[in-house]
Design a protein around this ligand. Sequence first.
Ligand SMILES: Nc1ncnc2c1ncn2[C@@H]1O[C@H](COP(=O)(O)OP(=O)(O)OP(=O)(O)O)[C@@H](O)[C@H]1O
Ligand SMILES: [Mg+2]
Length: 442
Amino acid sequence: MSDRRLDRRLRTFHTCIEALFQAGSEQELLQSICDTLVTGGEFTLAWIGYGEDDPGKTVCPVAQAGHGRDFLEDATFSWGGEARGQAPAGTAIRTGKACWVDDIRTDPSFSPWRTAALAHGYASCMAVPFIAGAFDLHGTLNLYSVERHAFDQSTLEHFAGLATCVTRAVMALRGHLADDLTSGVSALRASEERKRAQEALQQAHAELAHVTRVMTLGELAASIAHEINQPLAAIIADANACLHWLDADRPPLDAVRETLTAIANDSNRAAEVITRIRAFLSRSSVPYGPCDPAEVIRGVLPLVHPELRRHGIILETSLASDLPPVMGDRVQLQQVLLNLLMNAAEAMREVLPERRRLVVRSTVEHRDDGPWAVVAVEDAGVGFGQDAGPRLFDAFYTTKPGGLGMGLSISRSIVDAHAGRLWATANPGHGATFHFALPGMR
Ligand SMILES: Nc1ncnc2c1ncn2[C@@H]1O[C@H](COP(=O)(O)OP(=O)(O)OP(=O)(O)O)[C@@H](O)[C@H]1O
Ligand SMILES: [Mg+2]
C-alpha cells in the first residue's frame, strides 16, 4: 500500500478513535464512524447493519454515509444461508468472519444486487463483523469502493481491528445505559454489564496502546535502520579484509582474529537493537511480574539514541544503582519512558542547538510504605505554559501539527495501573521535567 494511502487511513482511524471517546449514544457513534470513513476518501459508501431475528433474517442498516444511499433503500441483505445471505454483509454476521468481493461485476455472491451496485459505481466491497472477544453485536461494517480489487488481507485486518474497538465502545455505551436500571435483578445485571464494559474498555485501551507503540516505532524506523546499517557496513568491510588476508601465503592470524572479534561485536550490537524492537512490538497482555526499572531504562535508550543524535540532542544519564524492583509489565513501562523521551526530543527541536540537552535520572525515594523508584526525564525544550499544565494528560490534547495527543494519556493510564504516579513540572530555567514514580515490590 502506498505511504499516502496508509497515512490517510491512519488519520481516518485517529478520527474514528476520537469518536469512540466522544459519542454520547450508540447511534451517534455508528453514524460518526460511517461519516469519518467516507470523509477519509478511501470509500464511496460506508454503512453499518445489524442482523435482525425476523423470519427473513434481515440485515437492517442502522447508519450510513456516502454516495448512493438509496442503494440501501432497495437492496435487502440477509444473514441467512440462502442466496440473499451470501454477500459479504450477511456472511460476516453469519460466520463472524470478515470477507470481501474483489469485483462486483463477476462475483456470483453479489448477483442479486449487481445491477444496482454497478449503477451506483461500486466495484468492490468488504464487510467486517462487530466482534470483540466473547462479545458479538451481530452486526457488520460495510465499505464500498469505486475501484476493483480495493481490498486485501491487510486492509481487512486494519478494519477488523477498528470494528473490534467500535464493538468495545458500543458495549461500554450499553453498559452506561444500564446505570439507569434500578430494580433488584436489573441492578445486578447492570453491575455485571458495567463490569464487562469496563473490562472491554481496558482491553480497547491496551489495543490502542499497542497501535500507538507500533506507530512510535514507525516514526523511529528511519533512524534505527541507519543505526543498524553502520555495524552491517563495518561487518562487510571487516569480512572482506579477512578474506583478503587469508589469501596470503602466511595470513596475519592476529589481525584476522582481532577483526573477527570486531565482527562478532558489531553483529551483537545490531542484533541487540533488533531484539529490543521485537520485544517492544509484542502485544503485552502478560500478567504483571517483578520488573527491574533499570532494565526498563536500558531497553529504551538504544531505540531513541539514533533519533536524539540525528537532532543533535545530548543525552545524559544519572541512574541509581539500587532501584527497587517493581511489579509490572516491562514493555508497558518502556512505552511510558519512550513517550516521555520522544516528547522531550520533540520539545527541543525548536530551540537553539546548544540548549538541546536531555537528562534521564532515576532515584530511590524512601516513603512510609517502602522504597519507590522514581524516573525523571528533563529537557530544555519549549516547555509548557501555566494554562497548558492541567491539560497535558488529557486524551487528544496536542499542540503538534502531526500529533495525536495520546502519548501522555496512555502513559498516565499505564502508570496508574501500576499503582504509581506520573506528573510534570516546569523547569526553573527552560523546558519541562516529566516524572513517574512506582512503588517498590514488598
Ligand atoms: N517535554 C515536553 N515539553 C513541552 N510540552 C510537552 C512535553 N511533553 C508533552 N508536551 C505537551 O503535551 C502535549 C501532549 O503530549 P502527548 O505525548 O500526549 O501528545 P503528542 O506528543 O502531541 O502526540 P502523540 O500522541 O503523538 O504523542 C504535547 O502536544 C505538548 O504540547
Ligand atoms: Mg507525544
